[in-house]
Write a new protein. Structure first.
Length: 146
């Protein structure tokens, strides 16, 4: 974990010897799915709005357990969590060990740093997690939306 100032924020990233955007995006996906699989939490891949990263769907009811597992597993590392915005940006950014924002969609990523500490890959390569409601939550007993 290496400190870096990026876009006016004091953050941390992971120094890498080699870099491709595809590898960084897949690594961020594995960070998320590794936590889900270790916790026995069901998930599914969804086509997301992030064209350079990945998107995973998780039941809204599993949100708190998933976030607790993220903090437990990655709380001492450089994993960043925030609310995705257009153009590969994030807001309400915190480390996995910090106060994670309440949002229906969160982005998880590690900044990839080069040998001189420069950011090679950032938020745009993160993995979005969308928290989905079960269909039974959306439909009332009479078959109409509640």
């Amino acid at each position: 974990m290496s400190p870096v100032t990026w876009r006016g924020e004091s953050l941390c990233g992971r120094r890498v010897d080699g870099f491709t955007a595809k590898d960084a995006a897949e690594s961020n996906l594995r960070l998320v799915t590794g936590v889900l699989e270790a916790g026995g939490i069901d998930y599914f891949l969804v086509p997301g709005k992030n064209r350079t990263g990945h998107c995973v769907g998780v039941a809204r009811g599993d949100r708190d357990r998933f976030l607790a597992l993220v903090a437990e597993r990655h709380g001492s590392g450089p994993l960043l969590v925030g609310v995705p915005k257009g153009g590969g940006r994030m807001t309400q950014i915190s480390f996995a060990s910090g106060r994670i924002p309440r949002s229906d969609v969160l982005r998880f990523c590690e900044l990839r740093l080069g040998a001189r500490g420069q950011v090679l890959g950032g938020y745009e390569l993160g993995c979005d997690v969308e928290f989905w409601r079960d269909g039974s939550e959306l439909v009332g007993e009479g078959g109409t939306p509640s």
